[in-house]
Design a protein around this ligand. Structure first.
Ligand code: NI
Length: 162
């Protein structure tokens, strides 16, 4: 699977709910995990592989592969923390992003089972970054606007070369 890059409109669309968790969705989840790991990523959202549906996969520092389908973040901590983020769709750029330290998320897994997860630290960070992708939001939207503009310009320039 090819990961789309900054400049592709699909990254800016609000993704649609997954209507039914079929074998096709399960296969997509497996392929996304493979693509993510091959790219040395810790999370990958469906819009990044060109599918505008509400689904992402994560493998954070606990090493557990997790699939989130139709997720909802139902609680966030008041405590905020900064951490350097990157994105497979914006390769080679890393910036500090401030987000809640803890979250509670509800979703279905690839088997269709509903679950609730309380996460903090790095896992909470990765989940929030991936969740943003379903809303058409990228981490550069959460940094200094001047830095964001520079990064966007770099990718526009590159697209022109291809
Ligand atoms: Ni990303």
């Amino acid at each position: 699977m090819t990961v789309v890059r900054l400049g592709n409109d699909i990254l800016r669309q609000k993704a649609l709910p997954v209507e039914e968790i079929t074998d096709e969705i399960r296969e997509l989840s497996r392929e996304m995990l493979v693509t993510m790991e091959e790219a040395d990523g810790v999370g990958l959202a469906a819009p990044q592989i060109g599918k505008s549906i509400r689904m992402f996969v994560v493998k954070a520092d606990d090493g557990v592969e997790r699939t989130f389908i139709n997720p909802q973040i139902i609680a966030t901590s008041n405590e905020l923390v900064g951490y350097e983020e990157g994105c497979l769709s914006i390769p080679k750029y890393y910036e500090d992003v401030i987000r809640p330290e803890k979250i509670t998320i509800q979703a279905r897994n690839e088997k269709g089972r509903r679950f609730t997860l309380e996460a903090d630290g790095f896992l909470a960070r990765v989940i929030q970054h991936e969740y943003d992708h379903l809303e058409g939001v990228l981490f550069i939207d959460r940094i200094d606007p001047a830095k964001k503009a520079k990064i966007e310009q770099k990718f526009l320039d590159k697209a022109g070369e291809e």
